[in-house]
Design a protein around this ligand. Structure first.
Ligand code: HEM
Length: 145
């Protein structure tokens, strides 16, 4: 399968002419020779990126989703060190990691005692209770006087 072919950046760099134009976007090696004339942004910009990793150039433009989908049409392989998720699709190729898996992480205790939430909630409630109780009692006292 073409998508599974692995190229190094120096192999990609050998295809940098108008008649044979390749570059890399998000780990995907693309042969855009046939696309040069069709590119809405013009062929010059593509030729300038030829033989290189054009990921940043591609992203800076803010290409549409449609443009991103078009990438697959021109893919001839992947850049060494990248992996395309199984089933392909539009998922971005990801860089192969040497890590076996996700390492555990610890959420540190912030040192605040657990009962502080109780105090935070009930103290203002208690103060408000006293305030309204006092107001009520003084109003009742005024009426009865
Ligand atoms: C296979 C790769 C590429 C495809 C399929 C592609 C496709 C497109 C499409 C469909 C558009 C029209 C606007 C949009 O839908 O976003 C566009 C515009 C453009 N592209 Fe690309 N493009 C590719 C690579 C690149 C690269 C590598 C560069 C820069 C070095 C570039 C620069 C531009 C520019 C400058 C425009 C014009 C933006 C504008 O007028 O606002 N494209 N491209």
């Amino acid at each position: 399968m073409a998508e599974k072919r692995v190229f190094t950046l120096s192999q990609v760099a050998q295809h940098k002419s108008k008649k044979d134009c390749w570059f890399v976007i998000n780990g995907r090696v693309l042969n855009v020779t046939k696309f040069l004339e069709e590119h809405p942004g013009g062929e010059e910009v593509l030729i300038e990126s030829a033989g290189k990793d054009a990921t940043k150039d591609f992203e800076v433009i803010g290409h549409s989703k449609a443009a991103q989908n078009m990438l697959l049409k021109y893919q001839v392989g992947v850049l060494q060190g990248f992996k395309i998720p199984e089933g392909d699709s539009m998922d971005v190729a990801y860089k192969e990691s040497k890590d076996e898996g996700m390492t555990a992480f610890v959420v540190e205790d912030d040192g605040v005692p657990k009962h502080s939430a109780f105090i935070d909630f009930f103290v203002p409630l208690l103060v408000a209770g006293f305030f309204f109780g006092y107001r009520y009692l003084s109003t009742v006292a005024q009426i009865t006087n």
